[in-house]
Design a binder for this molecule. Structure first.
Ligand code: COA
Length: 164
């Protein structure tokens, strides 16, 4: 089923601000993660100077969020802690736009290599990371426990920001 209302929305990418924490928690809870982050956890991360968070929002109403990406920097490396796009607006390029806007900001902070972990079976996320140019750097067997109790492998992926 299509969502005609959402198809007419123009989005912008901007840096997150403290007042976004509740919406970010809502987006994270829609992400299907085994441990949904609380507002307090998100607020804690957002006050960390090493953490960079970007938001996809309605360009006419900037407090209306459709997705976010959050990374933590350490020296010349960084890790994507999480990315999530609102369920009803997935597959519209928002995830790609978020990462593409996020990368130059990491480069400005001196980051040369970006890492992330993704569940091996997470097809949408793997498609997104492949399109951006991430490559698999390792595998952690049985790293995630799914809601039904099964274990799933985690892939460690990396992207050299020098090559962009
Ligand atoms: C992963 C996620 C952020 C992707 O966001 P999105 O906005 O739906 O992705 P995009 O629309 O930007 O798609 C990016 C690319 O991946 C491809 N893609 C996206 N979903 C796909 C799917 N289900 N199957 C195959 N390819 C897919 C798109 O075709 C697109 O390629 P293109 O740019 O060449 O057209 C989103 O699915 C999500 O929030 N998932 C839940 C949370 C999650 O799993 N986060 C990742 C944790 S590691």
């Amino acid at each position: 089923m299509g969502w005609p209302f959402f198809s007419s929305i123009e989005i912008s990418i901007r840096s997150a601000k403290a007042s976004d924490s509740h919406e970010i928690a809502m987006l994270h809870s829609e992400g299907g993660f085994s441990h949904p982050w609380s507002v307090e956890e998100i607020e804690g991360l957002m006050t960390d100077q090493a953490v960079l968070t970007d938001i996809a929002c309605d360009s006419r109403k900037s407090d209306r969020l459709f997705g976010f990406v959050m990374s933590r920097c350490a020296a010349d490396e960084a890790e994507i802690l999480t990315i999530a796009v609102r369920q009803k607006t997935r597959g519209k390029g928002y995830g790609r736009r978020l990462i593409e806007a996020h990368l130059p900001k990491l480069t400005q902070k001196g980051v040369k290599i970006l890492y992330l972990e993704v569940e091996e079976d997470n097809k949408p996320a793997r498609a997104l990371y492949d399109k951006i140019g991430f490559v698999t750097a390792g595998i952690r067997k049985g790293y995630y426990r799914k809601p039904d109790g099964r274990l799933a492998n985690a892939l460690i992926m990396k992207l050299s920001l020098d090559s962009l």
